[in-house]
Ligand binder design. Sequence first.
Ligand SMILES: NC(=O)c1ccc[n+]([C@@H]2O[C@H](COP(=O)([O-])OP(=O)(O)OC[C@H]3O[C@@H](n4cnc5c(N)ncnc54)[C@H](O)[C@@H]3O)[C@@H](O)[C@H]2O)c1
Length: 396
Amino acid sequence: MGLGYIGLPTAIIAAKNGVEVIGVDINPSVVEKTNRGELHIVEPGLGDMLADVIKTGQLRASTTPEVADAYFMVVPTPFKGDHEPDISYIESATRMVLPLLKKGDLYVIESTSPVGTTDKMRELIYTERPELEGAIDIAYCPERVLPGNVIYELVHNDRVIGGQDEKATDAAVAFYAQFVKGTLHRTNSRTAELCKLTENSSRDVQIAFANTLSLICDKADINVWELIELANKHPRVNILLPSSGVGGHCIAVDPYFITADFPQESRLIAEARRMNNYKALWCAEKILHTITKFRQAEGRNPVVALMGLAFKPNIDDLRESPAVEIVMEVTTENIGAELLISEPYVSEYRNLKLTDYREAYERADIVATLTAHSQFKELAYNNDKMILDFAGVWKK
Ligand SMILES: NC(=O)c1ccc[n+]([C@@H]2O[C@H](COP(=O)([O-])OP(=O)(O)OC[C@H]3O[C@@H](n4cnc5c(N)ncnc54)[C@H](O)[C@@H]3O)[C@@H](O)[C@H]2O)c1
């Protein structure tokens, strides 16, 4: 259930390994495209594999589920209201398969989910189908692949598999063992749910520490990159690097699934989230302040290059991107300065006029790096410009 960034590659790889797969998505255009053997997502190497399994009939897509032996929920889990997890997609996908369930079936949730979601779906299943009570193997198995490297990671990463009981864990492990070469770690569903949230919250907290150091260093006039490099010479210290903030739809989202349910206990996680959100705002303020300083010193408006829109280096993904937030903030607030916005990985974004990064860098009086794309690293650091290297392109 769900043929998106995670569901589709999983369906293709399972099919490639001999599993007969019916890929279900409520979006008809996703289904049509998939049945034509065309990939609707960007993922290197996956297109040929899809064409292959569609041709052999090992995978076919449909807008409605059919009777099967195992069902996988790989649907979105966004948040609603004030950062509260929305599990309605899991519930609706579960309701769609409910009438099809039979004794001995396997039901697995892969979507990133708040603790207790699998318990809730078990309750739903057995309330609606009481005759099946205890006869369905219900488990949670989160995904941790890196988009762009999915074919390798989906097979080679270790997986955490949490059943509602030992038998359910056995059944889920037996399923994934058909195509996963990484170790399949057994646990219960609640631990598996929190494990996925913990992984991304851990990254968020560690990045927040690095971003905190960047603010301290800015005030103390200390080079944060040098500081971190030196601190990391300690054999048991491994500080991550600061940036313009945290984006994407995993690290910037999943910690809220913990803070919404455990507000008292997760204050550190909430504070890290606030810190990483604040960092983008801080960068925007720093740019505006530098524009004012330039104007006072030079008596004219500066040309400002804002370099990067993606949420991390070398990708075209702009979801939840702090770089976008900074650009929007500066564009709204800025009076006078000429802004040159560059993003080598996209050709257009909203109504922004994009400029080639080399031209932007060349013409700018003030340069702010928002994403550390490899292309930017090839530009020679120019001492004549006012450079705000938030992304650590030159680490000077
Ligand atoms: N993309 C990632 O890198 C990544 C990594 C780890 C975990 N996850 C988690 O995996 C889950 C899925 O993420 P994604 O990136 O694949 O999402 P996505 O938005 O790319 O795809 C989800 C698909 O589910 C479909 N859908 C919605 N409701 C449905 C229903 N009732 N029945 C069938 N299909 C339905 C949508 O039309 C969509 O095509 C989320 O919980 C996400 O947090 C994603």
